[in-house]
Design a protein around this ligand. Structure first.
Ligand code: UDP
Length: 450
């Protein structure tokens, strides 16, 4: 019996990174590659969601580390150090048992898992980098490195509103500058490590060439390897579950009872949280807007206490049937639902791709990392959302919700989002840009070790 070729994926252990990597696995599997997922034990994906993949947990020794957001760099450093040997051992074993598993065509890794480069170089295996963010975000890194080299950081407050030269239409306040400069060297080193691609032969992007053509062309002058833009991944792959948390499907029954386009979906992804005051102001803003809403409040919002502990007293009675709260939603299903007419989002890239793919306009409330770049794209370049800036106050929340969900302005924003949805569809259909790019990637991977 002949065995085919396999691809080994190495995802980074966060929801926004695991999701696109698993989707990429489904895409490559549809092109005949068998898929192995070598992942850290921390935040390991659920193998039962992908019975046709082989999952290989890499011992990471981070069980006792503080997993709070501010300590994430230390956790990633430990994973990058501790997973090296286990990955090497696994790949050696695979190479020795080629007759059983098929030849390794290549390793695809998330740039955050930069330890992979050393391992594959030692074993002389080809690798490809997967970037889960936009090309603009990667270019913004370059801007930050230039500021650093010129000793311009931290930037004065007065410069934040200025346009970044050669990075139109982004402003300095959109750049991925560290939240604090307490350990700047390590933060900047990490940014450089995730920017570089080592000896990788190509970059796979979860973006659409038409959206980011200019930034991709500029990056092509820096990274001299083929680019493959297959976005949005989730529309290129058969649907699959990728959530690390349990999805609460009860909200779909609630959505079934709502009017078309009437519900605002509020979700800040897997990391961003609100403080007590923000939860309270958001709650009153939503109540006062008089619009139906579905709000995801993860447990962490309440520091381990009851998830809705910070909500106004009697909140659930006040909202009655007009609101629905869950701890984690089946987001793609929610956005596909005809009752959903708007998405208050932290502007994680997966969330934006999912929202545009269903023609759902957004309220943009970025918090850190690439979210500012993504928000500028959505609110100011593509005009598919409204930006909610400054401290959260109930009056502002009420106003922006009504602007998106009720006013003429919201209808125009929705129409533009629907136009873009159609472009996304064209891109993934036979003959479309992402579809063609996948054909090229399939040939490219097949050529790597033949
Ligand atoms: N998500 C979900 N249910 C929720 C909230 C989020 O399934 O209640 C999914 C969402 O569909 C997306 C991912 O979690 O695919 C979040 O990724 P994103 O890049 O938007 O944000 P991050 O979590 O990385 O900040």
């Amino acid at each position: 019996m002949s065995v085919g070729r396999c691809v080994v994926l190495v995802p980074a252990p966060y929801q926004g990174h695991i999701t696109p990597m698993l989707q990429l696995g489904s895409i490559l599997q549809s092109r005949g590659f068998s898929i192995f997922v070598a992942h850290s034990e921390y935040n390991s994906p659920d193998p039962s969601n992908h019975p046709s993949f082989s999952f290989i947990p890499l011992p990471d020794d981070v069980a006792d580390l503080d997993k709070s957001f501010l300590n994430s760099l230390n956790v990633l450093d430990a994973i990058n150090a501790n997973c090296k040997e286990p990955l090497r051992d696994f790949l050696v074993q695979m190479m020795e048992n080629e007759k059983l598993h098929g030849q390794i065509a290549c390793i695809v890794y998330d740039t955050i898992m930069n330890f992979v480069d050393e391992v594959v170089n030692n074993l002389q295996l080809p690798s490809i980098v997967m970037r889960p963010n936009t090309a603009a975000y990667v270019r913004a890194h370059h801007t930050v490195f230039q500021l650093l080299a010129k000793n311009c950081l931290p930037l004065p407050e007065s410069q934040m509103e200025d346009d970044v030269p050669n990075l139109d239409p982004f402003k300095y306040k959109d750049m991925p500058l560290p939240l604090s400069l307490e350990m700047p060297e390590r933060v900047f080193d990490f940014m450089k490590e995730t920017y570089e691609i080592g000896s990788s032969r190509a970059i796979i992007w979860n973006t659409i060439d038409e959206l980011e053509h200019h930034h991709l062309s500029m990056l092509q002058q820096i990274f001299h390897v083929p680019f493959f833009c297959l976005g949005p991944f989730h529309k290129m792959a058969p649907p699959s579950k990728t959530s690390l948390l349990k999805e609460d499907n009860s909200c779909i029954e609630w959505l079934d009872k709502q009017q078309p386009n009437s519900v605002l979906y509020v979700s800040l992804g897997s990391i961003v949280a609100m403080d007590d005051k923000e939860v309270m102001e958001t709650a009153w803003g939503l109540i006062n807007s008089e619009q139906p809403f579905l709000w995801v409040i993860r447990d962490i919002f309440a520091n381990g206490a009851k998830a809705n502990a910070q909500l106004p007293d009697g909140f659930e009675e006040i909202i009655g049937e007009r609101g629905c709260l869950v701890k984690w939603a089946p987001q793609k299903k929610v956005l596909r639902h005809s009752a959903v007419g708007g998405f208050w989002s932290h502007c994680g890239w997966n969330s934006i791709l999912e929202s545009i793919s269903e023609g759902v306009p957004m309220i943009c409330r970025p918090d850190f990392s690439d979210q500012f770049i993504n928000s500028r794209y959505v609110a100011h370049v593509w005009n598919m959302g409204l930006e909610l800036e400054g401290p959260l106050e109930r009056g502002k929340v009420e106003e922006i919700v009504r602007r998106l969900m009720v006013d003429e302005e919201g209808k125009e924003v929705r129409n533009r989002t629907i136009d873009m949805k159609h472009k996304f569809q064209e891109s993934v259909e036979k003959g479309g840009a992402s579809y063609q790019s996948l054909n090229q990637l399939t040939d490219f991977i097949s050529s790597l070790s033949s």
